[in-house]
Design a protein. Structure first.
Ligand code: SAM
Length: 209
């Protein structure tokens, strides 16, 4: 079941500072993947356990989920996984936190909240200003992965990212995942639900050029 939080609420104006890489991960030199809207982080736990040659950072706006995920990662001593609470846009737009974008190799937006009503579109996480921030700081060759089961949201995200001339589309169908953050193509919770219910998954990959 989807649980919506209004990301534009003033509750999210306060920003969590992202710690330096060395404080978040055992080996800060590893490739870093950023997952935006990771919910309880189940897929990130699966990824981090299997792919120990990558670091994973999840950003999620539901504080309780982040607290639980952080605790779980610490208890299980998973040292290539970290979680940050808040509105991803506010967090990554913050001067102190911008360093993280320079360090990420890839970013995923997996099944973001669709906000179906037109007057709520501004609550969608993928926005031109957000993509601008990413395009200004990402290293060339970095990738953005989007996935959703909502065609309208897919078109909206695709249009928003494609309108930024610093990104070009990659062929997602023939993409070789073996060298990516997700070599075993681990599915998120929403993705599992979508597959079981035989709904369509719309996905695309973009590269910073
Ligand atoms: C539909 S769920 C998908 C969760 C997961 N990615 C998956 O595929 O199963 C969308 C998630 O994004 C989070 N979210 C929505 N807007 C956000 C924002 N601006 N910043 C961070 N997280 C956000 C929601 O709280 C929710 O957990």
């Amino acid at each position: 079941m989807r649980q919506h939080v209004n990301p534009l609420s003033i509750n999210f104006n306060q920003i969590e500072r992202i710690p330096p890489l060395i404080e978040m991960f055992d080996d800060p030199r590893l490739n870093l993947h950023l997952d935006i809207g990771c919910a309880a982080g189940q897929s990130l736990f699966n990824l981090a356990l299997v792919n120990t040659s990558w670091n994973y950072l999840g950003i999620e706006i539901r504080e309780k989920l982040v607290k639980t995920a952080k605790l779980k990662a610490r208890e299980r001593e998973i040292n290539n996984l970290y979680f940050v609470f808040g509105n991803a846009y506010n967090i990554l737009n913050d001067v102190q936190n911008k360093f993280i974008i320079k360090n990420v190799k890839s970013i995923s937006f997996n099944f973001p909240d669709p906000w179906f009503k037109k007057r709520h579109y501004k609550r969608r996480v993928v926005q031109p200003e957000f993509i601008n921030i990413l395009s200004n700081s990402l290293q060339k060759g970095s990738l953005i992965f989007i996935k959703t089961d909502v065609k309208d949201l897919f078109d909206y995200m695709d249009c928003t990212i494609s309108s930024n001339l610093n990104f070009k589309k990659i062929d997602a169908k023939n993409f070789n995942y073996s060298q990516s953050f997700n070599p075993c193509e681990v599915k998120t919770n929403r993705e599992k639900y979508v597959i079981v219910n035989q709904l369509e998954v719309y996905k695309r990959i973009y590269m910073k050029i």
